[in-house]
Ligand binder design. Structure first.
Ligand SMILES: [Zn+2]
Length: 313
């Protein structure tokens, strides 16, 4: 059964929301509407970004990694501000390297954030990674393991539906955003939460995406603004398989049973500024040997094959 969310009243049942993503702009494409509606309902929303997507360019001469990292950090802060999200946490990993990082550290870091935020709803990539990007798939695996460990909240995977795949099939043929076999054609019956964006919310989402201009301007130029604006007008999520060993007492067992935390508690809780958590060491030499994925090109783009990944600079 699908819960449809189109206004703050319906979003209130999400409770405290924790989004965990790989690169700046992942959160905007897949959950801008969800975050904006949850904030409008008065819910707390925390956004975690594992890397700054500093290799997300086809023009590394103009955008060397350090410069792109600084710019993308400013861009995502502005983007989240448009959506009303003021708790943003960076994990400090190098773009394109998550699958080569120690999983135990990544899982422990995310589990620590889950214990700190105590979310009712956690949103992240499914094992497919939406586009198949190795960073996306790694974040999915780490978040799933951390959720199983903590037993806190309900875990939702961002997904795509057959309707989405069919409607934009020609677009996806023309613009290779998705890896082989993707986007997923999740059955409507398997969509747990569908956020439907009306025109006003779509404008807000577009503004949040436009705030990340280094990533979205080339796509908008390719697609045209109206097609681009309506591309992700529905944000779909499926429930992660419930195989964690020990559900938390009082946790979100079923979506409808949630009672949001009292607004008073939120009002007195100090807001956190952007924090750099568990920073992974950045390699000094950007040409250092890398045998895995990068997010070269726009970060939502898939690495289409291992060979292509290895050819990346
Ligand atoms: Zn990404």
């Amino acid at each position: 059964m699908t819960t449809h969310i189109a206004d703050p009243g319906a979003a209130r049942a999400l409770g405290t929301v924790l989004g965990i993503w790989a690169h700046p702009d992942d959160e905007a494409y897949l959950s801008a509407g969800l975050m904006a509606l949850a904030r409008a309902a008065g819910n707390d929303v925390t956004c975690v970004t594992a890397t700054l997507g500093e290799r997300g360019t086809d023009d590394p001469v103009t955008w060397p990694p350090d410069r792109l990292a600084r710019t993308r950090r400013l861009e995502i802060e502005a983007s989240l501000g448009i959506l009303g999200v003021d708790d943003h946490r960076l994990l400090g990993y190098e773009d394109g390297t998550l699958s080569q990082q120690p999983a135990a550290t990544g899982i422990a870091t995310i589990a620590g954030i889950i214990e700190d935020v105590h979310p009712d709803t956690i949103v992240t990539f499914g094992p497919d990674g939406i586009t198949g990007h190795p960073d996306h798939r790694t974040i999915s695996a780490w978040t799933t393991a951390a959720w199983e460990r903590t037993g806190t909240g309900r875990l939702l995977y961002a997904t795509t539906t057959a309707a989405f795949a069919d409607e934009h099939a020609e677009l996806h043929d023309r613009i290779p955003v998705f890896g082989p076999g993707l986007p997923l054609r999740t059955r409507d019956a398997d969509v747990a939460v569908a956020v439907e964006l009306d025109d006003e919310l779509l404008d807000r989402k577009l503004a949040a995406l436009r705030a990340q201009a280094t990533q979205v301007q080339p796509l908008i130029a390719l697609m045209g603004e109206e097609v681009y604006r309506r591309w992700w007008r529905t944000e779909s999520f499926r429930a992660a398989p419930a195989h964690r060993p020990q559900p938390s007492p009082g946790g979100l067992g079923s979506f409808g049973g949630l009672v949001p935390r009292p607004a008073l508690l939120r009002a007195v809780a100090p807001r956190r500024d952007t924090a750099l958590i568990g920073a992974a060491p950045r390699r000094e030499d950007p040409t250092a040997t890398r045998d895995g994925g990068t997010s070269r090109g726009r970060s939502l783009r898939a690495a289409r094959s291992d060979d292509e990944v290895r050819r990346s600079p």
